[in-house]
Design a binder for this molecule. Structure first.
Ligand SMILES: Cc1cc2nc3c(=O)[nH]c(=O)nc-3n(C[C@H](O)[C@H](O)[C@H](O)COP(=O)(O)OP(=O)(O)OC[C@H]3O[C@@H](n4cnc5c(N)ncnc54)[C@H](O)[C@@H]3O)c2cc1C
Length: 473
């Protein structure tokens, strides 16, 4: 059978999961039709700002990390109760999913570098990781670099077709419940497309009035880093997919409060890398209050236990993110954008509030002594500022931050072959899924950098499996 007469792999969603799937499907000899309801490709993936995890990579070795055998353990610890208390009756095999995610992390980073020429040479520690393993490039943000490189390479293939502003409404199933295509709207018309389907439609942290309100009404009023858009989960639910961990929603501790629009619901993420490179957090009283590299949940809880700022329309807190000159230098790739957007500014130490100067000096002493006895922070990133009068002319970078809804851990139950599962654990034929739409990997809490990773690892699996179903059939 020629490619021309073969059914395509239909990829729903043009984020990193969909793009990874599309690439592998093409490599396996399939044609790919990618549909995205947004006017432009890239989804939330294009915004990713901290990086992608990889354990045992060449870049870790260059950074002096000769061994990284703890990624699985770190992931399980972060996944918490949902992982440890899941018995054999659980629809998803959490151990198998996390094993695949972590064991293929090095090859996922290599794939991006070698296949697409993406720079991922900078390695930083993020909250919850026992070692530095989150990779990004020296310039720009990782989400943009990765998504644009994949889009460019896919665009070179005549067998790849991306249609934006094309919203998938439902899946077409046959009498046995197997998926055989999608129904979608484009330019006011409804179309049917037949082929193997990879569903990579992302999460629902931006679906404030729909799925978020249904599963986590307590988060009402928090701002978000996700665009305001409904989740596509109902499309899978309609055909019998099972869902897990839907109430497990990640609140990120640091979304920028834009001084021009302090109450805006959509907020830019203050990337975790800013803390990883040496940034500290200060309360409204100008005091440190937490180990800034604790898990997101830990840091967010610490913030949300403090009194809220006086904002009437949204639930916000008044927290300062401060980077010393060493951290500013190391985070240069991010800072240019934040400063350009007016989300951070440079200030001399002498111009800070006296309580903040005190906190900076106290922390600088802790860094110099190598022990943060107050909060137990273990890694100080690139902080170089010394305590005392000698630092008053030095320039620090500061911005205001508040917790935001950021990522949804829950989603469609799936297996290591990226097949979507029913409640009885049987896979739905003709359908694969990857990325934030899926559930079972992250449990209570996703480790920073593991979402881009799941998109690559499971997107690749989904694409090659879906291709097998159409190539030569
Ligand atoms: C600001 C920000 C920073 C982040 N930083 C990091 C980071 O540094 N590292 C990390 O690992 N993770 C990070 N994340 C999380 C990570 O980016 C996302 O979880 C991940 O990229 C999701 O990828 P995806 O392909 O599953 O979905 P997305 O990239 O969100 O793509 C889904 C696409 O599906 C489309 N779609 C949805 N429904 C339909 C439909 N019915 N029909 C057609 N199309 C549809 C959407 O329009 C969208 O384009 C960050 C997230 C945000 C918001």
């Amino acid at each position: 059978m020629t490619q021309a007469s073969q059914k395509p792999v239909i990829v729903v969603g043009s984020g990193l999961a969909g793009l990874s799937a599309a690439y592998e499907a093409l490599k396996a000899g399939a044609t790919v039709r990618m549909l995205d309801r947004a006017p432009k490709p890239g989804g939330n993936s294009i915004k990713a700002s901290s990086g992608i995890n990889g354990a045992g990579t060449q870049y870790q070795r260059i950074a002096g990390i000769t061994e990284d055998a703890l990624f699985y353990d770190d992931t399980v610890r972060s996944a918490g109760q949902r992982f440890s208390s899941a018995g054999s009756s659980s629809v998803v095999d959490r151990k198998a999913l996390v094993s695949l995610l972590t064991s293929r992390s090095c090859s996922a980073v290599d794939w991006l570098v070698e296949e697409f020429g993406i720079d991922l040479g900078v390695v930083a520690p993020l909250g919850g990781h026992s070692i530095a393993r989150t990779h990004r490039g020296a310039k720009g943000t990782p989400g943009f670099s990765i998504v644009s490189a994949l889009l460019k390479k896919l665009g070179d293939s005549p067998e790849f077709q991306l249609t934006n502003a094309a919203e998938v409404l439902s899946l077409i199933t046959n009498q046995n419940g197997a998926v055989s295509g999608v129904r979608y709207t484009h330019e006011g018309e409804t179309h049917e497309l037949h082929g193997a389907v990879v569903f990579a439609a992302g999460g629902f942290a931006g679906d404030a009035k729909g799925l978020l309100a249904k599963y986590r009404p307590d988060l009402t009023g928090l701002p978000s880093t996700n665009d305001d858009r409904p989740g596509a989960h109902g499309i899978l639910e309609e055909i019998g997919a099972e869902f897990v961990d839907m109430d497990s929603v990640q609140v990120h501790p640091t979304g920028f409060v834009d001084p021009k629009e302090p109450e805006a619901r959509y907020k830019f993420l203050a990337a975790e890398a800013l803390r990883g490179e040496g940034g500290i957090l200060l309360s409204h009283e100008g005091k440190r209050f937490v180990n800034e590299l604790g898990t997101r949940a830990h840091v967010s809880d610490a913030i949300m236990r403090m009194p809220r700022s006086s904002s009437e329309n949204s639930r916000q807190w008044d927290v300062t993110l401060l980077l010393d000159p060493g951290a500013c230098e190391a985070a240069q790739g991010h800072l240019g954008f934040y400063i350009f957007k007016g989300l951070m500014e440079k200030k001399k130490v002498k111009d800070l509030e006296p309580s903040v100067i005190q906190a900076v000096d106290d922390y600088a002493r802790a860094v110099a002594s190598g022990a943060d006895t107050a909060f137990g922070r273990k890694s100080f990133g690139h902080w170089t500022l010394q305590a005392g009068e000698g630092n008053r002319e030095a320039e620090v970078c500061i911005g205001r931050v508040t917790p935001i809804t950021h990522f949804t851990m829950g989603g469609a139950a799936f297996n290591e072959a990226a097949q979507v599962l029913r409640m009885d654990k049987t896979p739905i034929k003709g359908l694969w899924a990857a990325g934030e739409i899926t559930g079972g990997i992250h449990g209570d809490n996703r480790l920073g950098g593991s979402s881009l990773l799941e998109c690559v690892v499971f997107g690749r699996v989904a694409g090659s499996q879906a291709a097998k179903a159409v190539v030569g059939v």
